[in-house]
Design a protein around this ligand. Structure first.
Ligand SMILES: *Cc1c(COP(=O)(O)O)cnc(C)c1O
Length: 471
């Protein structure tokens, strides 16, 4: 399988070449040259597989530069009951007639990002070992991504993590999750500033090409194709659990921010998985909902980005969206480049409302969308607790509310559970008046010794810290 850029760069790359990279050289995102098609016979063969075996089958269609036996071993090592808490890895439960919740958040950091990041950790270790190279991952986090990356990379050979976060602004639980890691190769940097300051520092360091090369700086952000690919697997796993045969369609609702999760659903659908509708659920930061309703993609300014009670969906632009638009415009790279580099670059938005391709987003690609507010989240959490004795987190609540607006009789609707309630305890207390249950392994986590350095919001200070800790 070869990979191309959504902006038309002529070069083609293979999986392991793009594994450790971010954007394509022309600023586009990587996508496979085509989507391998899965027919009913193939689906029937996959139905009985364990999650690790299924992951191997899906991944091996896109990865031909890792020997099959090695890839199989990597999948087997990643998707274990020990790491994900259950033998099913992504167990499905029926909430009410025809509405299911697929649990993606039983990994080490209790959010769905573990599903991909755990695989990435093992792929990085494998590939760096093969090349005899090292990588220093520099990131900025306001919560879920940073902890998922750290738990995936801790103790891995050849990898160090330097994770910046805004000092004092993550929830106490999230801080404890990250700062209690004592691994030598994990560096927590609490920056005196806000999340945007952290992101600016990461950008400035990455733009210093000499420094970047000298210290082998890399990232694990959500545009990484390997992360997206790992997420394709649980759409298949959810489908198999919700259906008894391979001729019935299902729909998925996906709490969305950077469009990585639902883009994986799009890929699964393009491969032939019978998905009727992909519902994009947003919170008050409704860039994506606005696009699917109107055809206008309007990036928000920082001032126009709300801080909400589903913070992992608080985005101003959706970094994976270009992948879908590239497919929507019939893989016309010049058109895709014109939209993202041209129109969006010039005006902060593009408008497909009068372009005939816009209608295809729903009719051919199966997309729909909805938006929720803080009041919706509280109401959904309360209602789900009261009627089904089930506690859901704020992001999953955004999903459940959206799902109910797109139900079709006879078509199972699967809501992706993207985090556990304990991560967002404050809002649970606001909704229900009591704290959510805490998994045993996180009891007393706030009391553990913390490993974190505080630095000013200053690029040179962060560079100096990195230089000192890379030998
Ligand atoms: C990251 C995240 C999301 C958004 O996922 P995208 O892939 O960015 O669309 C939703 N919910 C939770 C809990 C997350 O951590």
């Amino acid at each position: 399988m070869q990979y191309l850029s959504t902006r038309g760069h002529p070069e083609r790359r293979r999986f392991c070449e793009i594994l450790l990279e971010g954007l394509a050289p022309d600023g586009g995102l990587y996508l496979p040259e085509h989507y391998p098609k899965i027919d009913a016979a193939q689906l029937a063969k996959w139905r009985g597989l364990s999650y690790a075996e299924l992951a191997f089958e899906v991944l091996s269609l896109y990865i031909d530069d890792i020997p099959a036996a090695d890839l199989k071993a990597i999948c087997a090592k990643t998707y274990t009951e020990e790491v994900f808490g259950t033998p099913d890895i992504v167990p499905l439960r029926e909430l009410e007639d025809g509405v299911y919740i697929e649990a993606l958040s039983n990994g080490p950091t209790l959010a769905f990002k573990d599903m991909a990041m755990q695989l990435l950790g093992n792929l990085f270790e494998y590939e760096l070992g093969r090349r005899g190279e090292q990588l220093n991952i520099l990131g900025a986090t306001s919560g879920d991504t940073g902890s998922a990356a750290e738990y995936a990379m801790r103790g891995k050979k050849g990898v160090r993590v330097f994770m910046t976060s805004p000092d004092g602004r993550m929830s106490p639980f999230q801080q404890a999750q990250m700062f209690s890691l004592q691994d030598e190769n994990i560096h927590n940097i609490a920056v005196a500033g806000v999340f945007d300051d952290c992101q600016d520092i990461v950008k400035a360091v990455s733009n210093d090409l000499a420094f970047k090369r000298k210290y082998k700086i890399g990232t694990v952000n959500s545009i990484n194709w390997a992360r997206l690919l790992a997420q394709v697997v649980y759409y298949f796993a959810g489908y198999f659990q919700a259906t008894a045969t391979n001729d019935k369609p299902v729909s998925f609702t996906v709490p969305s921010g950077n469009f990585g999760n639902v883009c994986a659903g799009h890929v699964a659908r393009m491969m032939g998985l019978p998905i009727r509708t992909l519902v994009v659920a947003t919170n008050e930061n409704d860039v994506l909902d606005e696009f699917f309703r109107t055809g206008v993609y309007r990036v928000r300014s920082a001032a126009d980005t709300h801080e909400t009670s589903s913070p992992s969906m608080d985005i101003s632009k959706a970094s994976n969206f270009e992948r879908f638009i590239f497919d929507l415009v019939g893989r016309d790279a010049a058109k895709s480049r014109g939209l993202f580099e041209g129109e969006l670059g010039r005006t902060g938005q593009f408008d497909l409302s009068s372009d005939p391709v816009f209608a295809k987003a729903a009719s051919e690609f199966g997309f729909a969308s909805s938006r929720s507010t803080h009041a919706d989240r509280l109401a959904t959490i309360r209602d789900t607790d009261k009627r089904f004795a089930t506690l859901i987190d704020t992001h999953t609540a955004d999903g459940l509310k959206a799902a109910r607006e797109h139900l079709v009789p006879g078509v199972p609707m699967i809501v992706l559970e993207t985090a556990l309630p304990i991560k967002f305890a404050e809002t649970i207390v606001e909704a229900l008046g009591h704290e959510p249950d805490r998994p045993a392994r996180f009891q007393g986590i706030e009391e553990l010794p913390k490993r974190v350095v505080k630095l000013p919001a200053d690029v040179e200070a962060v560079k100096a810290y990195i230089a000192k800790h890379c030998d």
